[in-house]
Design a protein around this ligand. Structure first.
Ligand code: ZN
Ligand code: ZN
Ligand code: FE
Length: 760
């Protein structure tokens, strides 16, 4: 039997089922899943198998049950026997699981022996992926191996009738991990256990910043309603504007600050407990420093017993805490006590630590709610960052794939290892620009290889020669003699969307790859692409007009440069009455113009993301940003939902030319049209443009399938409008549900394209 059947209470379930039917034999974890040998009459065994499917534990996912007849052994009882370790087989591993109702009840039950114990867990909940060192999933192969079970825990662990039977992280206050508090820069324990919790909460009330060790790493926490504390955290973390995630104790508190929809509520309460991005209610007491310039908040509910105790409602205790990853700017999050003391001492006033080691770091997942468009699935998840709760559960693909390592992109990196019909997408690794992240990328790959018993036979990589992930792939290809496949960035985006939607090998889509940056086959930067794509190949049928990206990366950080570039391309002389020309010296503009005219340090780009940046700068929303796409996000946040107007664009010879639109926008600026209206008309127009392109492509190719991928589709206003228009014309529209639409989903596309390329 295979699927997610280890670490989810499957053996005890089989044991109890067999016992209840008085059948004899054994069950064991194997590296291929779970093996059962059982004796009984044919009808009994058929009944047994049907029960396996119907009554499987909540966290398990059975994918396949294979049966075969064996000679009668004459078993006298039914037993759980020791695991068999086949070095070549592999099984999916459960992600970390949010605390369950039963454990929550015990946590607050004064007569329970685990009353207020921050590491309470059971067969249905607790850490998994982050504590597993090797398979099979048994206590000696986890970071819990250091803790010797006390007699009471050992009894529960070995009692098939107990709900903690074979719960590998089982622990109690007598024998398990403990928490304590340290002040930054000092190694002495200030307080332990309940007192540590109490002191930590008091410090939070007093506006202090705490580093808190959680499930997959450290968070930095402070009172989200205290402006001074949040501003202080921003300053220490060197994070100027990027929004901070929040944790709130319950749905009622979230409703106080957010306009919560039914879908969003169900995502917050789902097994995975991700961070959900939700529209904020204005002026409610969340410090404006939490998410500057944004109308939404990223919110999650507590997902471990420790978090539940920490954020428990109480006198003066804030009902919203900032819970941002424990790192400086874009470095990976800290995950060991040592590392945290070293890296976070300048950021936090104190550390709330514990002694259960995290073997694999894993960030919180971030999702948005997107109602189902095809009425096929019930999924409301639109992933933005895939981590805790989802990873490392694989994406299933409709082919038997060889072992391919796809190394992903540079920003928001994830990698992918494929085997059989599984694509094991890694958790969010981060931006591979710094040494620490590159390190965690390499460690992650070797851990996945080991955990899932995958030895890559092929590598797939992005065409961008300077991506560190590309260099890593090419170095491995050379060192190990592995065939390597270079995959175009936007083709990979579209293929990822196709694969997770289980489109078959022969199918073709109109792929709307609207993105920030990606290396094109002509050496320019693409990103406003409409591809006629199959897994095997693609044709670039339309693209946004290319303009100069002046100053390379500087143009990403300073959107006014993109605005000037688009003005130049539209034949408009810059003019001090335009917001994007204000605050910039004549000299700067002259330098840029000559750069563009003489093609010095200017790469042509058809990026849609940069076009959004340019419009944001042009109308005065944002000239300089502190994180990628900030200008576009702030442009979206001001759009007036009631505005229905449209700007004009031209599509000629496959090139989308917005010159006319730019003239109209400038006219609107001069007329002092409210920015909310200009932004809305701009969004409406891009949605209308996509419909026009799809209809035109359909006329020419007969294809009715449309796939949306690329970072620009994180823009929910644009996405929802586009979906409505496309569905209105009966297109089959595919969007991401399992991997992010941004570069975090790229590796999946790379792997499936490589697979299809090798069958030529
Ligand atoms: Zn539980
Ligand atoms: Zn114990
Ligand atoms: Fe991309």
């Amino acid at each position: 039997m295979n699927g997610v059947v280890q670490g989810v209470g499957f053996r005890p379930f089989v044991y109890n089922l067999a016992k209840s039917m008085r059948l004899q034999g054994w069950v064991r974890n194997s590296s291929a899943g779970v093996d059962i040998e059982i004796e009984g009459s044919i009808s009994e065994l058929e009944f047994f198998i049907s029960k396996l499917n119907d009554q499987a534990p909540p966290l398990s996912r059975i994918e396949e049950i294979t049966t075969k007849w064996l000679p009668i052994q004459g078993f006298k009882s039914f037993e759980i026997v020791h695991s068999d370790n086949d070095p070549n087989a592999f099984v999916p591993i459960s992600p970390d699981v949010t605390i369950c109702e039963d454990c929550l009840f015990e946590l607050f039950n004064p007569i329970d022996r685990r009353f207020r114990y921050p590491f309470i867990n059971c067969t249905n909940c607790g850490p998994r992926f982050t504590i597993i060192k090797n398979i099979p999933y048994d206590r000696p192969f986890t970071t819990m191996s250091d803790f010797q079970m006390c007699p009471a825990c050992a009894k529960e662990y070995t009692d098939p009738a107990d709900r903690r039977f074979h719960a590998q992280p089982i622990a109690c206050p007598e024998c398990g991990p403990q928490i304590w508090l340290e002040y930054a820069g000092k190694v002495d324990r200030v307080a332990e256990k309940e007192e540590a919790l109490h002191t930590a909460r008091k410090m939070l009330i007093d506006g202090k910043i705490l580093a808190i060790k959680g499930l997959g790493g450290f968070h930095l926490a402070c009172d989200a309603t205290n402006s001074e504390a949040v501003a202080n955290l921003r300053q220490r973390k060197l994070r100027v504007d990027k929004p901070f995630a929040l944790m709130m104790p319950d749905i009622a508190s979230i409703r106080e600050y957010c306009q919560l929809s039914g879908d969003e509520k169900s995502l917050l309460e789902s097994l995975e407990h991700p961070i959900v991005i939700i529209d904020q209610v204005k002026d409610t007491g969340i410090a404006s420093e939490v998410a500057p310039g944004q109308t939404s908040l990223g919110v999650m509910l507590p997902y471990t017993p420790l978090h539940t105790l920490l954020i428990e409602p109480g006198p003066n205790f804030p009902n919203a805490l900032v819970m941002t990853s424990g790192n400086i700017s874009e470095e990976p999050l800290a995950y060991s006590n040592e590392e945290a003391r070293e890296r976070l001492s300048s950021l936090a006033d104190a550390f709330l630590l514990h002694d259960r080691d995290i073997f694999m770091r894993c960030d919180d997942s971030v999702v948005r709610a997107l109602p189902d468009i095809n009425r096929k699935s019930t999924s409301k998840v639109y992933p933005i960052r895939r981590g805790r709760g989802y990873s490392p559960y694989p994406v299933q693909v409709p082919w038997e794939m060889p072992a391919i390592l796809a190394t992903g992109a540079e920003l928001k990196n994830t990698f992918c290892l494929s085997k059989n019909h599984y694509a094991f997408m890694s958790h969010h690794i981060g931006d591979l620009e710094n040494y620490e992240t590159l390190n965690s990328f390499e460690q992650g790959i070797s851990h996945f290889q080991n955990l899932f018993r995958i030895q890559p036979e092929f590598v797939a990589y992005d065409l961008h020669p300077n991506y560190l992930s590309t260099r890593y792939a090419l170095a491995r290809s050379k060192a190990e003699g592995l065939p390597a496949y270079g995959i175009q960035h936007h083709h990979a985006h579209i293929a990822a969307c196709m694969a997770e939607n289980h489109l078959t090998s022969g199918e073709q889509v109109i792929g709307l790859a609207f993105d920030g940056t990606g290396y094109g086959t002509d050496g320019t930067i693409w990103g406003g692409e409409v591809l006629l794509a199959s897994y095997k190949s693609f044709q670039r049928i339309y693209h946004l007009k290319s303009v100069g990206l002046p100053g390379g990366d500087l143009a990403i950080k300073e959107p006014w440069r993109m605005a000037i570039s688009w003005l130049h391309s539209a034949g408009i002389h810059q003019d001090d009455s335009l917001p994007c020309c204000q605050g910039i010296t004549q000299e700067q503009i002259e330098v840029m113009k000559s750069q563009i005219e003489n093609q010095i340090n200017v790469t042509p780009t058809s990026s849609m993301g940069r076009f959004f940046d340019a419009i944001a700068a042009l109308i005065g929303v944002k000239q300089i940003v502190n994180y990628e796409a900030q200008a576009a996000i702030e442009l979206e946040s001001i759009a007036d939902p009631d505005e229905k107007g449209l700007y004009r664009f031209e599509v000629k010879g496959g090139i989308i030319d917005p010159t006319e639109m730019i003239h109209q926008i400038i006219w609107d600026i001069r007329k002092r049209t409210p920015l909310e209206k200009i932004s809305a008309i701009f969004h409406n127009s891009i949605a209308e443009l996509t419909l026009f392109l799809c209809l035109d492509a359909k006329r020419n190719t007969g294809t009715n399938n449309v796939a949306l991928s690329g970072g620009v589709w994180q823009n929910m206003s644009l996405l929802q409008q586009t979906l409505k228009l496309l569905k209105g014309k009966d297109f089959n529209v595919y969007v991401h549900r399992k991997v992010p639409t941004n570069d975090g989903g790229l590796a999946l596309g790379q792997a499936v394209i490589a697979y299809h390329s090798m069958n030529d």
